[in-house]
Write a protein that binds this ligand. Structure first.
Ligand code: DCP
Ligand code: MG
Length: 592
């Protein structure tokens, strides 16, 4: 709720305006039956009696007077009705401004928060759930607020005002109202005790449905390749059916309410007319008062219905509020220090000393006692079997995760003491999984360094060996990239992500298995170009192929989260058993 309060602050003027107009609308609503009863009581009944008692000239004057009275009162009714409509319009306007503005702010906050998440926090929520939270849940909150404000002001005024006015008109018929309200309340509590528990379930089912839809859509190729359509369909069907069934149940229960409610609403006027007619016959009640009474009792019932409706909505929306708060309250594990250090963009040595690392919630350490220095102007390569922790190791440099022991330093400054933006500006990172964004080749590359020129871009592509295939496209750099970069080949995508990193012209480069999809010739050309053009940079290459890393200045051999050997290719062949194994399995005797 704390977040909602915070977010509602800028909208308090709108909220107050809305409340004022809601109250005015309720007031006009209460006025209308009153004016109408005057019209009937005085304008019709009273004048009718007077006119029938009078004769000649007197009667004609009375008829003219009656006409004028009816016109006047009718005009008053029209004004009141117009007042109601205008107020309703104003309420709608203010509410919409407030509701949509607030939900935009909430969505923005949730999105900004998600963007600030490190990988550790991402692991806590599923993507599907994050999407539902920032869309569907925000919408629920918006609905609760605009409906809630309206109901909580309108209904009490209408209800209490209705009771007061009705009592004034015909106190002897109060029991009809009491009975009808009891019936309405009884019906509502029956219905909601059945439907309420399902609301939370529905939200979870939406999450699940989203998750499955996303998963099978983004993995469509795999589904086709393995012919698992049937399985995926069944999985989706099950989720969809669960959702359908629960929704159907809730709606069935709710739909029972509508007709029953209208039955009560139609029976009440019948009862009032039945009992009121007798009173009118005995001159205990005026016709106009009875008509007004019917309307007031309708108002009272409507007020109770609205209030109970809001009591149902609140727990439902609270589920959403909590789901949003969960995101906003997530403690960032990777946070910037207050007096963070800013390093200049010069030569940078990256130093690991005694680094241990375990994934939050993971079982056990994936890195232990990692110590090495990647020097500026040198290529440092990391090799090792899959799952030995190479990606985990390089992720510690841009602080995608924080170390659990030891330290990672750049030029002697712990990365945890550095300004986050500065740190990431220092690093050109090519992740193991190449990700491009929808747009064009140009927009993808420029995103890394908006200040770069056309020449910089072409240079980066030249180094990344991407220039050739880009110029082969008729659109060149304006070639459209579809979502996830699926319309370029794996190797092309890899080269584009490499070019994107080079665009940053940063002093540190990390290539996580970034040459895996390249053929040997391109791989060789690319490494040559890197060495030539980025001669001052600290280059860290994660690789599986000995051929691509054998000329590195320092090679780290990893096994099960430890460094089991470090040195040059030559040194390692002599000293490191694991390296020898890898090398001999990949290269011929002559190549070694
Ligand atoms: N791991 C984990 N949680 C994550 C990522 C990985 O628990 N979010 C585990 C799985 C592995 C270990 O950490 O056992 C090391 O994973 P890496 O991704 O660091 O392994 P590599 O990069 O060396 O493997 P590959 O060569 O396949 O990229
Ligand atoms: Mg990896």
């Amino acid at each position: 709720m704390k977040h909602i309060k915070e977010h509602i602050k800028p909208y308090i003027p709108l909220l107050i305006a809305s409340i004022i107009f809601i109250a005015a609308q309720a007031y006009f609503n209460l006025m209308l039956p009153n004016v109408m009863s005057q019209l009937v009581n005085v304008g019709i009944q009273e004048y009718f009696q007077k006119i029938s008692a009078a004769t000649g000239e007197r009667a004609r004057v009375l008829i003219a007077e009656q006409k004028e009275y009816i016109y006047k009162t009718g005009f008053k009714m029209l004004l009141v009705a117009m007042g109601t409509s205008l107020c309703a319009l104003a309420v709608q306007y203010f509410n919409a401004r407030m509701g949509t503005g607030l939900s935009r702010d909430l969505r923005r906050s949730v999105f900004a928060k998600i963007e600030s998440f490190s990988s550790a926090e991402f692991d806590q929520f599923s993507t599907a759930s994050l999407i539902t939270r920032s869309t569907n849940d925000v919408q629920q909150v918006q609905m609760m607020l605009s409906m809630g404000v309206r109901t909580l002001v309108f209904a009490p005024v209408m209800g209490i005002g209705g009771v007061v006015m009705a009592m004034k008109k015909a106190p002897s018929m109060a029991w009809i109202n009491a009975l009808s309200v009891l019936l309405v309340l009884g019906l509502i509590s029956c219905v909601y005790s059945l439907a309420l528990p399902k609301f939370k379930l529905i939200q979870e089912l939406v999450d699940r449905l989203n998750l499955i839809a996303r998963e099978s859509l983004s993995g469509l190729m795999v589904v086709r390749a393995f012919s698992t359509q049937k399985y995926e369909e069944e999985r989706f069907d099950k989720a969809s059916n669960d959702y359908r069934k629960t929704n159907l149940f809730v709606n069935r229960v709710m739909s029972f309410m509508g007709p029953t409610m209208s039955l009560i609403q139609s029976l009440v006027p019948v009862a009032i007319v039945w009992i009121g007619a007798e009173k009118i016959a005995r001159s205990q009640l005026l016709v106009g008062d009875m008509m007004a009474y019917i309307q007031y009792s309708g108002n009272i019932m409507a007020a109770f219905m609205m209030i109970s409706g809001i009591f149902i909505m609140i727990p439902r929306a609270m589920v959403s509020v909590n789901r949003i708060s969960e995101v906003l309250d997530t403690q960032d594990m990777v946070v910037e220090k207050e007096d963070a250090v800013v390093l200049p963009k010069g030569r940078c040595d990256v130093q690991f000393s005694g680094v241990n690392f375990a994934y939050p919630g993971g079982d056990g350490e994936v890195l232990s006692d990692i110590t090495f220095t990647a020097k500026a102007g040198q290529v440092t390569a990391i090799i090792g079997s899959t799952g030995c922790g190479k990606t985990s190791l390089v992720n510690l440099i841009p602080r995608l995760y924080d170390v659990t022991g030891g330290s990672v330093k750049i030029n002697g400054v712990d990365v945890r003491d550095m300004n986050m933006k500065n740190l990431r500006d220092l690093i050109g990172y090519v992740p193991q999984k190449s990700v491009l964004f929808s747009g064009t080749i140009r927009s993808n590359l420029m995103a890394a360094n908006p200040g770069a020129t056309e020449d910089d871009m072409e240079k980066a592509c030249e180094i990344a060996q991407a220039k050739e295939f880009i110029s082969a496209k008729t659109e060149g750099y304006d070639y459209p990239i579809s979502q996830g970069g699926t319309n370029v080949s794996g190797g092309q995508r890899q080269r584009l992500t490499i070019a994107r990193a080079i665009m940053k012209m940063s002093p540190i480069y990390i290539f996580d298995d970034s040459f895996s999809a390249l053929d040997f010739t391109t791989d060789l050309k690319l490494r040559k170009a890197l060495k030539q053009n980025l001669s001052d940079a600290t280059i860290i290459i994660v690789g599986q192929r000995v051929a691509s890393i054998m000329d590195a200045d320092l090679i780290l051999v990893m096994d099960e989260g430890r460094i089991v050997g470090q040195g040059t290719h030559k040194q390692l062949l002599e000293s490191c058993e694991e390296y020898r194994e890898i090398a001999y399995s990949q290269l011929s005797k002559e190549e070694v």
